[in-house]
Design a protein around this ligand. Sequence first.
Ligand SMILES: Cc1cc2nc3c(=O)[nH]c(=O)nc-3n(C[C@H](O)[C@H](O)[C@H](O)COP(=O)(O)OP(=O)(O)OC[C@H]3O[C@@H](n4cnc5c(N)ncnc54)[C@H](O)[C@@H]3O)c2cc1C
Length: 540
Amino acid sequence: MTALLPPPRFGGAFRTDVRARAAYAEGAGIYRILPDAVSLPETVADLERLVRWAGELGVPLVTRGAGSAVSGSNVGAGVIVDLARMQPVALDVDPDRRRAVTGASVTYQTLANAARAHGLRLPPDPSSGAFATLGGMVATNAAGARSVKYGPIRPWVRAVELVTADGESCRLERGASAGAAGALALVRFAGQAAPAIARSRGLIDERFPRTRKNTSGFALDAYSASGDLVDLVIGSEGTLGIITEIEWDLIAVPGHIGGMLVQLRDLDALADVVTALGRLEPSAVEFLDRSFLEVLPPAERPAGAAVLLVEFEAEDARQLRGRVGDAVRAVDAWAEDVQTALSEAEFADLWRLRHAASPILAGLPDSRRSLQVIEDGCVPLDRLTAYLRFVRARASDLGLPVVIFGHAGDGHLHVNVLPDVDRQGWEDAVGALMTAVTDEVLRLGGTPAGEHGDGRLRAGLVERLYGSDIMALFALVKAAFDPRGILNPGVILPEEWAPLDQLKAGPHAVPLPPDIAEALRTLERSAGYGQSRIALADRN
Ligand SMILES: Cc1cc2nc3c(=O)[nH]c(=O)nc-3n(C[C@H](O)[C@H](O)[C@H](O)COP(=O)(O)OP(=O)(O)OC[C@H]3O[C@@H](n4cnc5c(N)ncnc54)[C@H](O)[C@@H]3O)c2cc1C
């Protein structure tokens, strides 16, 4: 293939050398795909030029934040668009209006620190917040432990600035009419997609899963409810436009935080315990399965079938004591042991358990890879135990170790599969597990993508979840925003779907310069997604 030439008058870096391409060949998920080029626009005008050029040549663009998304949406053939060098980088907190404006490349943690200085916060806090960019979080509708009380990122986004697939900038703001006189994408949307969606409200209501979280497909349910186009862009994984700036709603940091660690006697009552706790409005109900606890050193390993970490926020110490006391009584019948924490520091000590397994999993030998293929299933709360038991049993039948944890309060489980990649046939076993678990999630009325999106990994499952009529509406949305199909093709809407091809593990992985392959592996093991990939390419 002839190397691509940079777009005319493009002010940023445009690299086609193999080191730069290799540095962006992997994200946090299972894939390794060598892009054709890497671009680092420095201004919105550069970005607009890049997108217009891509449209003329039909070149795919894969927008990139920190590369920490796990569903394969941040890698692909075509040109990677790394927004890390975009200037100026907005980071303004308005304490009086409880609002913030940030550039897309600002990390969650940076905004959290800036907001905290004013006693404010953005409540849905993903555990990747130290490195995940706010643009990436909007594009995936990211969530976190506190989403059980505050929802995912969606309700906290007031407005986004977007470069559309036509290379035009536009602002989408809640409550403001997008207007037929706006950017071409909005005109097309108003003409073709909006009337069809309006006619299909009943169908949308019927077909979207009744789960507390869902990031599969385009959010027609949220858009139908609000009428705000920003709701379609949230969670669209770089397929409808490139976000350059975001306006946020913030709230006050809580006065007091505390909670408890519950060792559950058995799993039968999991849904009942979680439902009972839900009535007390906890700010987190996290679940650590026995498979997770077994990874911990024996001295740190709690007893019981599983552990729940439950957090409460309160205005004062008395209220907190009351809430934790109510929660202890609520779980009493099912608990083997309960430890309580009546201050933020004490609770942080209990919460340490939630992070204790990651370094251990990261240190597994090279032959034992932690793969995310069924990592994001979310089911109605009353089916959580059935789902958990199914995953455990099927993985065991297939000889695949798994580590399970998650956001029990939302009926949402993360499952890391740990195949021995030196074992013959491991890919077939992983494929069989993915098929079986997907069938079960759908049978239980759940979604395979609670908070990580479809990406490339699950694009071929979207039609199974929603049916062909909703797929036709998704296609109308995509055609309005991206008629030439240049923005992240193969993500959400499938092209040739082969979810377990182009893996980063195993003998068929595309070869990379050895030092870059090693650096990417180290980055994965240390969750070092904040590291600049272009700097990694240039370090020798
Ligand atoms: C250790 C670890 C813990 C995690 N914990 C959580 C968690 O608690 N909750 C959670 O929800 N997720 C979690 N994730 C997944 C991941 O961090 C989130 O999906 C995050 O939102 C991705 O942000 P990013 O900047 O890395 O985006 P990337 O991975 O770079 O991109 C993600 C998607 O967004 C698109 N995109 C990125 N920036 C833009 C933009 N400016 N405009 C348009 N599209 C864009 C990309 O094309 C891609 O489709 C975790 C991942 C890891 C590795």
